[in-house]
Design a protein around this ligand. Structure first.
Ligand code: UDX
Length: 434
């Protein structure tokens, strides 16, 4: 194998670490520059600050090819390709906060023969603005499409790799494409702004699919159809596809809420009212609250009631609590006078800071003990293993709202539980079946 191009990574966050570890796995020497010294020290000791399956192993395996530093000069000393992987959280106005990107760009400057490769999700037009201000630095937009929990696999087995560049930066685009070439994925070579839009539009489309199926679920609740059956039948049409049709408590996480908002604001700033996207966001906000009506169907009042939340993370296999539906739900429940007790296999520590008044239990069973109602918020596999007969005995009132349509309704009901889901009314309500 010929010598692989050295890689520089700016930012040892989730995207930066996955990118660095995976390029190291592909045989590249990788220098990661991170501004927080404690983070660098812990990474040097082999401690990984985030929960991402497979990542610690990959970092350990490729330790000799990975260097962590706080020193930008060390990064600029070697690699030609500088992958910028810093956060772009939403500001109060909903625009993307580009201060971390700007700081990174400022620190990189305009070194000869180097390319800035933007992994962070930025508004369309950002690349051209940065390039205009630093024309000597080549610029490539190479957005990430990593899902938390499967990020290592997503990086190493991508559906596509987007390489956006403008005239004059062909050498940099070729070098980025060559770095990804061993993965065998199609490379989408396109202009800078289109590459930036591919990322925003992909996430907005997936978010739309989720809000769409959630609205279908809400109608199913009214008319006695089962959304999981509906999604099964819809998904067989390859034009629709069967993925991202799981109805539930709405989408959360670090990307969908932020990127839908950013695209809406980007459109608005340029004078276009993106009506569909506005609805997608609104539907999602309301979806997080759907559980309240389902609880009220069975409980006269929530005042003084003990409500157990099974799972807090925005999805399984992550400890990420950003924009998690559990945050809205816990506040709503407390607002109605309920006491909230919760269990999450990995997100507890992060959740404690965000939900200080929520009681954290040591296990799923402990959460359910003496509860007046339970809500399954995150579909952690271990919740499917619960003995629902035991749960029904342990609860004060055996009521479960399955916010992710994760469990087998018949089995849970047969165990003596009152079971509610999202868009899955009981068989008795489905006139065609009964
Ligand atoms: C997402 C994109 O999938 C990824 O390509 C992008 O780069 C980053 O954002 P991630 O946020 O890690 O990844 O999670 P994802 O698995 O996509 O789920 C996002 C949210 O949507 C979760 O809250 C999940 O519970 C919800 N979801 C997903 C549904 O409610 N229904 C579905 O059918 C799928």
């Amino acid at each position: 194998m010929s010598e692989r191009e050295p890689i520089g990574v700016v930012g040892a966050g989730w995207v930066g670490l996955v990118t660095a570890a995976c390029f190291a796995e592909l045989g590249h020497r990788v220098v990661v520059r991170e501004i927080v010294p404690e983070k660098v020290e812990s990474l040097r000791r082999g401690e990984i600050p985030i929960h991402e399956p497979g990542l610690p192993e990959l970092i350990k395996k490729n330790a000799e090819r990975l260097t962590f530093t706080t020193d930008m000069a060390e990064l600029l000393d070697g690699p030609r390709l500088l992958f910028v992987c810093v956060q772009t959280p939403p500001t109060y106005s909903g625009d993307a906060d580009l201060s971390a990107v700007q700081r990174a760009v400022g620190e990189i400057g305009e070194p000869d023969g180097k390319a800035l490769v933007m992994k962070s999700t930025v508004p369309v037009g950002t690349g051209r603005t940065i390039h205009r201000d630093a024309p000597e630095l080549a610029y490539v937009a190479c957005p990430e499409f990593l899902k938390e929990g499967t990020a290592v696999k997503d990086f190493l087995e991508p559906d596509r790799v987007v390489v956006g560049f403008d005239q004059g930066d062909e050498w940099a685009a070729d070098a980025v494409a060559a770095a990804y070439e061993p993965l065998g994925a199609p490379i989408v070579r396109t202009d800078l702004s289109s590459a930036e839009m591919i990322k925003l539009a992909s996430n907005a489309y997936l978010a739309t699919k989720i809000s769409f199926i959630n609205e279908i679920a809400n109608v199913c609740d009214e008319v006695g159809a089962d959304v999981t059956e509906v999604a099964r039948g819809m998904g067989m049409d390859p034009r629709i596809g069967d993925r991202f049709l799981n109805a539930g408590l709405g989408f959360g996480g670090s990307c969908f809420p932020k990127d839908t908002q950013a695209l809406k604001i980007l459109a608005g700033n340029s004078g276009y009212h993106f009506q569909l996207l506005n609805s997608v966001i609104e539907v999602n906000e309301l979806q997080k609250r759907r559980v309240m009506a389902k609880l009220s169907k069975h409980l006269d009042s929530l005042v003084g009631k003990r409500v157990a939340l099974l799972g807090l993370a925005f999805k399984p296999d992550t400890d990420d609590m950003r924009e998690a539906s559990s945050l809205v739900l816990a506040s709503r429940l407390e607002g109605e006078g309920a006491t909230v007790v919760a269990f999450d296999p990995v997100a507890e520590e992060r959740a404690r800071q965000l939900l200080p008044s929520v009681e954290m239990a040591g296990s799923a069973m402990e959460t359910l003990e003496a509860a007046d109602a339970a809500v399954l918020v995150t579909e952690w596999p271990e919740f499917a293993e619960l003995d629902w007969t035991e749960v029904a005995k342990a609860m004060n009132n055996p009521l479960l709202v399955d916010g992710r349509n994760f469990l087998d309704p018949d089995a849970v009901r047969a165990a003596g539980m009152t079971y509610e889901a999202i868009g899955r009314p009981g068989l008795a309500d489905r006139s065609a079946v009964s």
